[in-house]
Ligand binder design. Structure first.
Ligand SMILES: Nc1ncnc2c1ncn2[C@@H]1O[C@H](COP(=O)(O)OP(=O)(O)OP(=O)(O)O)[C@@H](O)[C@H]1O
Ligand SMILES: [Mg+2]
Length: 243
């Protein structure tokens, strides 16, 4: 069951020319095919009936995200096992005590297929702010990100049994690392600290971070800052061009 719908969705999408529509068709078909399973999961975890399921995003063939009743985010994976997903969430749990005051969503994994659900976190995505406010707060955001990275790196890798399991996150294809100079101590890294995964209060303090699928061990301690700077640079170009 778990793999076939991805191919069904992709098959239908082959007939759609426009890229944005193609992604919606692919995701829409997949959401429809997984709806019965998602209903069971929502009932089990939150004891709620599903009134709406909206497709959010499917970047590639390996995963898609939808939102249920406008408050539960469900992410379904194609290329990983249930065991892998559960182990991964244990790793995320190890970060939580180090990030006091920052929400990391509590994630619940399904009993049968590799998917998880979490509640919508509070706070505003960066898209809620206007360009001037973002630019005015650029240094403040960077400082907070640097601080968060330092805290993630405080997780003691030696305390994790068989920690080589965590050399890659759930999406190994998304784990690029620049070569490291010297031989620094490996650290834990989020690997996808892009601006869309950060949530803010109205004064642009970071209140939450989502999308921990790529959390894993980095050989280069600069990795998270490099990833953030790369995405931030592209984001800044985009928003200043629109201005
Ligand atoms: N717990 C949550 N609370 C609020 N919004 C969420 C939550 N989980 C997901 N979202 C929304 O859904 C979007 C996609 O979720 P997520 O980042 O987990 O998936 P993704 O496919 O890895 O996306 P990307 O590769 O762009 O980071 C997020 O950018 C965010 O807008
Ligand atoms: Mg994301």
């Amino acid at each position: 069951m778990s793999k076939i719908p991805f191919y069904v969705g992709n098959f239908f999408a082959l007939f759609v020319r426009d890229g944005a529509r193609r992604a919606r068709v692919r995701g829409g078909v997949n959401v429809a095919l997984y709806t019965p399973r998602i209903k069971v999961l929502i009932k089990r975890i939150y004891n709620e009936k599903v009134d709406s399921i909206k497709f959010v995003r499917q970047i590639n063939l390996n995963r898609f995200v939808c939102v249920v009743n406008d408050k539960y985010y469900v992410k379904v994976f194609r290329n990983i096992t249930l065991q892998r997903l559960k182990e991964h969430m244990e790793l995320v749990d190890m970060v939580r005590p180090h990030l006091d005051g920052i929400t990391i969503p509590d994630v619940y994994v399904d009993n049968n297929i590799p998917m998880y659900v979490c509640e919508k976190i509070s706070g505003h995505p960066i898209s809620d702010f206007d360009v001037d406010t973002i630019l005015k707060n650029e240094e403040k955001i960077k400082k907070q990100v640097a601080d968060i990275i330092t805290k993630i790196q405080r997780v003691d890798l030696d305390s994790i049994p068989n920690n080589v399991r965590f050399l890659y996150g759930l999406q190994p294809e998304r784990q690029p690392e620049k070569p490291t100079k010297g031989n620094p101590k490996p650290v834990l890294a989020h690997f996808d600290l892009n601006e869309t995964n950060l949530f803010f209060d109205k004064d642009m303090n970071i209140t939450g971070i989502i999308d921990w699928d790529t959390l894993s061990i980095a050989k280069n301690p600069e990795t998270d800052m490099n990833v953030f700077n790369l995405f931030w640079g592209m984001f800044k170009k985009r928003i200043t061009r629109k201005k």
